[in-house]
Design a protein around this ligand. Structure first.
Ligand SMILES: *[C@@H]1O[C@H](CO)[C@@H](O)[C@H](O)[C@H]1NC(C)=O
Ligand SMILES: *[C@@H]1O[C@H](CO)[C@@H](O)[C@H](O)[C@H]1NC(C)=O
Ligand SMILES: *[C@@H]1O[C@H](CO)[C@@H](O)[C@H](O)[C@H]1NC(C)=O
Length: 308
């Protein structure tokens, strides 16, 4: 009787926990990350001197956790690290079951202090992934060169305080410059990637070097551009597969890892379901082709133009 009951209970517990399982991506050192990450930048990004914990973000993160998200993306500059830490603690799920990415830039002048601050905010002893948020700084502007920040990242990796180290918003030339000094080459590069920003050369270069490509802002054609050229083919594929346009865009994205976010539960569910959507070759090609008719960058626009 007890045995039957506990069997039924286990069965029930499994069903209750049977959320969408996001497939993993393996970095070249063997570490695995869920291929879909929940972002805490963009609209969550805190402005000015707002230092209060956002309960709205904490609740949204907990909802995402309950739906099956385990990979969370933040940055020192978003000022949302504490919310990620609180949501994970309140979820009751062990820290080790999450993949937490943060980035350094806002506090980059003192990399050791920036790391200590991020760990404290996230309420953790280690990061799953630590990225340099952008290559747009040097000794003159921020008191430190990219090279010295990277050498610090390598130390953090050697000390096992970060399981994976990498970069974000690095262009071809930024990666190229790292050959001069990196003894551990970045394992990941997170950059803006969507139908209106298809840097195929950077994707190819990253892959050849064993750098995982991670896309942010994958839904830009929906959220930032009105009536753009790609909408027709995206909506057609969405109708064919009976999914949302957002799911089509996530399934199309050529990156190994995609970061996206939403306040909305239904959207959070759709985004998760996109991991099971398979587009046809023709649909994929059509999106590349129509997308290439417009170029649009939503983030770091000024920096991309000004920095050599
Ligand atoms: C934060 O910003 C508000 C509004 O901009 C201002 O009134 C307040 O004094 C600031 N607080 C601190 C601690 O700087
Ligand atoms: C930090 O994590 C510990 C262990 O999970 C938890 O007891 C504590 O409440 C957390 N702190 C915050 C601020 O969430
Ligand atoms: C740092 O970057 C600024 C802005 O791009 C540039 O004007 C300056 O010459 C650079 N300084 C060094 C030391 O590279």
């Amino acid at each position: 009787m007890i045995k039957t009951l506990s069997f039924i209970f286990i069965l029930y517990a499994c069903t209750a926990l049977a959320k969408v399982v996001v497939p993993g991506v393996t970095f070249r050192n063997g570490v695995v990350a869920p291929k879909l990450a929940f972002g805490t930048g963009t609209s969550w990004h805190k402005k000015g001197n707002d230092t209060d914990i956002s309960r709205e973000l904490v609740e949204s993160l907990k909802q995402a956790i309950s739906l099956g998200y385990r990979h969370f993306d933040t940055a020192d500059g978003y000022e949302t690290e504490r919310e990620v830490g609180v949501a994970i603690a309140e979820s009751g799920i062990p820290r080790e079951q999450f993949f937490i990415t943060t980035k350094v830039y806002k506090y980059v002048r003192d990399p050791a202090a920036a790391l200590a601050r991020s760990l404290k905010n996230l309420n953790t002893t280690y990061l799953d992934m630590y990225l340099i948020h952008c290559p747009f700084f040097n000794k003159t502007t921020h008191g430190i060169d990219v090279k010295d920040v990277w050498l610090h990242m390598e130390k953090v990796y050697a000390q096992k305080v970060a399981r994976v180290i990498g970069v974000s918003n690095f262009r071809f030339q930024d990666l190229n410059r790292m050959f001069e000094y990196a003894s551990v080459f970045p394992m990941n590069n997170q950059f803006e990637l969507h139908p209106y920003l298809q840097d195929l050369r950077l994707i190819e270069f990253s892959r050849r070097l064993g750098v995982i490509v991670e896309a942010y802002s994958p839904l830009t054609s929906l959220t930032h551009v009105k009536d753009g050229p790609v909408n027709g083919v995206v909506n057609k594929a969405a109708a064919t597969h009976q999914v949302s346009a957002g799911e089509v865009l996530l399934a199309w994205n050529p990156a190994e890892i995609v970061v996206t976010t939403s306040h909305n539960k239904k959207h959070q569910e759709e985004m998760l379901n996109s991991v099971n959507l398979k587009l046809t070759q023709e649909e994929i090609m059509d999106i590349y082709q129509e997308g290439s008719k417009l170029t649009y960058r939503g983030f770091w626009k000024k920096e991309f133009e000004e920095w050599p």
